[in-house]
Write a protein that binds this ligand. Structure first.
Ligand code: C5P
Length: 236
């Protein structure tokens, strides 16, 4: 049976032509793309639209990680959903229950098919750094607490590190999604990612979606690299 895991290819570039070329080549293979803060800051709504036009059939994850007061986040979510109806959008769980509930309500009003994810703890934060910003609990407890709160608020899943997938699978409903970056196929460069896992390992322990950037975009033939990852998952 074909593996259903979606690979969202991260189009991290400050070159719009490059992003459109990647979208046109990779979009039809993975069926899913991710745009983040650097892209949105560089090219704004027109840039997002250009990528959607270059890969009209690809699902889009707009990864802007909103974190502000409920009214402001609800307004931002409403605007993005109205303009782009992305497949996925995200907010920080640390914004709290009222913020996540307002974000979810705005999302449902403007684009019912858009799924809203929560960022729990940024994977770049070590235990030591968490302590410095006043978090006293261990990292796993904090991640689970935030994932459960996001689930209570009606969010559809979390963005999490591969090392948190099992914990979330044990604690949250089966339908609660896990969008996992920090993925490296065997043999590809680690880059600045520290805690990595192969696509196969991540899916085997329960990742529902993977975010993969440079192993695809920096390959000599990005479409081929994407297809090879998909084939490795279909062989599971
Ligand atoms: O190139 P690479 O596969 O490392 O890209 C991973 C993508 O996932 C980047 O767009 C990065 O910003 C994003 N991401 C991440 N770690 C997180 C959240 C998002 O690497 N915790």
């Amino acid at each position: 049976m074909e593996n259903q895991t979606r690979i969202f290819c991260a189009l991290d570039t400050s070159d719009l032509e490059q992003a459109k070329n990647w979208a046109a080549q990779i979009g039809p293979v993975t069926g899913a793309l991710k745009l983040g803060l650097e892209f949105a800051g560089s090219f704004g709504p027109q840039g997002i639209e250009a990528v959607q036009n270059a890969a009209p059939d690809a699902a889009l994850f707009i990864d802007l990680k909103f974190h502000d007061i409920p009214n402001t986040v609800a307004g931002a979510v409403h605007t993005i959903c109205t303009n782009f109806a992305p497949s996925y959008l995200n907010v920080h769980a640390a914004g709290g229950q009222a913020m996540m509930e307002a974000a979810k309500a705005a999302c449902e009003t403007a684009s019912p098919q858009t799924k809203l994810l929560a960022v729990t703890i940024l994977t770049s934060l070590s235990e030591e750094e968490l302590y410095k910003i006043g978090y006293r609990e261990g990292l796993p407890d904090r991640v689970i607490q935030m994932a459960l709160l996001a689930e209570t608020c009606g969010l559809d899943g979390v963005v999490c590190s591969s090392h948190e997938i099992s914990l979330i699978r044990q604690s949250c409903a089966d339908s609660f999604e896990t969008m996992v970056p920090g993925i490296r196929p065997l043999g590809s460069a680690k880059g600045d990612q520290n805690r990595i896992m192969t696509p196969k390992e991540a899916v085997q322990i329960g990742a529902t979606h993977l975010v993969i950037g440079r192993p695809i975009t920096a390959a000599p033939d990005p479409a081929k690299a994407a297809q090879e990852i998909i084939d490795s998952l279909n062989a599971l």
